[in-house]
Design a protein. Sequence first.
Length: 427
Amino acid sequence: MSSAKAVSAAKCRICLTPLLHSFVDLGKSPLCETFLDGDEIDRVERFYPLHAIVCSSCFLVQLKQYVAADGIFTDHYPYYSSFSTSWVAHAKAYCEMITERRRLDAKSFVVELACNDGYLLQHFPPLGVTNILGVEPSANVAEEARKKGIPTVVDFFGARLAEDIVARHGRADLIAGNNVLAHVPDVNDFVSGVALLLKPEGIATFEFPHLQNLIEQNQFDTIYHEHFCYFSAIAIDALARRHGLRFVNVEELPTHGGSLRVYLATADSAEPQTQAVRDLLAREERLGYLSIETYASFAENVRTTKRKLLSLLIELKNAGKTICGYGAPGKGNTLLNYCGIGPDFIDFTVDRNPHKHGRFTPGTHIPIRPVEAIDEAKPDYILILPWNLKREIMAQMRHVGGWGAKFIVPIPEPMIVAPVPDPGAGS
Ligand SMILES: [Zn+2]
């Protein structure tokens, strides 16, 4: 620790090993949610390095700490999970499953970390699980949870808050955290809090996008500054062990392009480790996730995708075609900035969120309009930025086939897809 080399190198967020191995370097990019107003596009924008690194000891893929956490979470539009009906349905199914499996009842204590607007905890009281607590750092989002009658602490979770909750409410039978682990800058403090808060026979479940999907489906645009860690089962196992927890069960889910739901138990728990955990760890080992060379090959796939997408767009523009975008998601901005795609290729993009209308994408300055702008402009091609919703979008927008428009799906590999005609519409 005292050598100059160790001091100068960034250290792994889990095991503190100096980070020396690149996973993929996506250049520099603004924070992906900093959409610009019209009067901002002539000003200087802050760009930060977006370079994912892999730890040679615990194999956690991660970003170095480039931006202070408080710099990231201030400028955001509040995101309310309940806006997504499919996500609320996913949460309800989880509550029903876990209540039955863990035999939760009125005597149980359930805590959700990053409870957002109560999209998940709201499903417990109707199941008889009434002793619930949410933790949510964003005050205006937490207010929505409170309106639903869910007791909510407005704070960042870690060891300090865990001790406070134990003192006030006792330890938890269940701790849930969906899509929070990857967004926590100090993941060791967070998980040490989980270990403190769990009853000896309690269980904690976390859902997050699986690194295997990121690698195999080439989902490099899910790498952005707010997303610090990219977990494999191997890295989760290392994280759990470090905090005296045991990785006892896992389920693979289709959400967010392929996610894991991991179950962590205390060292004292009688909960046995399932075959599913052993199988997944063995599969990741077979895929080479315990070897640093495996990670190095990802970057070349990303560079190939960039060249293919740019070749396609250049070819279309040379042929005089018009192209617009669909969607202005955070991940779209990683793709656009890394590939250097601005209004020179994409006339405008559209989004269903009215807060984004009249604004511009960070770094690339593509105007964002209401969805109806596509019907007025009648472009030849529509680049779908939220590719994880491509089926839904292509179904909603199938009428664009009426003027001969086609879709471009950029990930896992750039391809052109013709709209499928609506069977209900006559020709
Ligand atoms: Zn590590």
